[in-house]
Design a binder for this molecule. Structure first.
Ligand code: ZN
Length: 179
């Protein structure tokens, strides 16, 4: 069977809530405060970083502008810059936390692109290591995956918190950046 690298197709699945309540998950999660439970690891003024709960590789995150739109062209300049800065921080934090060899990073735009949420723009950031294979078939046990994500969350949180301009508002809360 041909191996296709398509981490963008991995769905973000809301484990605890039904799919059709309360609207857009990417709008709702950054408004909540149970960041560690929600896998929200960092926030900037206009964006946030969410760990994928079905990661293609360890450290698979999404960097998501707070604006609810599926159109990249609809993001204003301030949001574009904020989102780009938070992506820079994300690469640096993943480097420090996981010793990454490389990255694939990209957007799914439009309903033919294969993403699971096409009405709210998000950039997938997938760490790569020499010789890596898709992590999911390797560990298919849900408990092991949750444990792996939580360990990665803590390592990544610590790396984000090490930036000079980072603050952590409390236990279980995401790292915050102001710029
Ligand atoms: Zn939204």
């Amino acid at each position: 069977m041909e191996q296709v690298f398509a981490p963008w197709r991995i769905e973000w699945v809301d484990r605890d809530r039904s799919e059709d309540d309360e609207g857009c998950i990417f709008c709702r999660l950054p408004e909540e405060t149970a960041d560690r439970d929600n896998y929200v690891v960092a926030r900037s003024p206009r964006s946030f970083v969410l760990m994928n709960n079905y990661p293609y590789n360890p450290g698979h995150v999404m960097v998501i502008p707070r604006t609810h739109t599926g159109e990249y062209a609809a993001l204003d300049e301030e949001t574009l810059l904020d989102h780009a800065r938070l992506k820079q921080r994300t690469f640096e934090a993943l480097d420090a936390a996981l010793g990454v060899d490389g990255y694939n990073a990209g957007l799914n735009l439009g309903n033919a692109a294969g993403g699971s949420i096409d009405d709210h723009v998000h950039t997938h950031v997938v760490p790569r290591w020499g010789g890596d294979t898709n992590f999911m078939p390797v560990i298919s046990d849900t408990k092991v995956i949750v444990q792996a994500i939580e360990d990665t969350y803590d390592a990544l949180h610590e790396a984000f918190a090490n930036f000079d301009d980072a603050t952590v508002p409390g236990e279980g809360r995401a790292v915050e950046f102001e710029w």
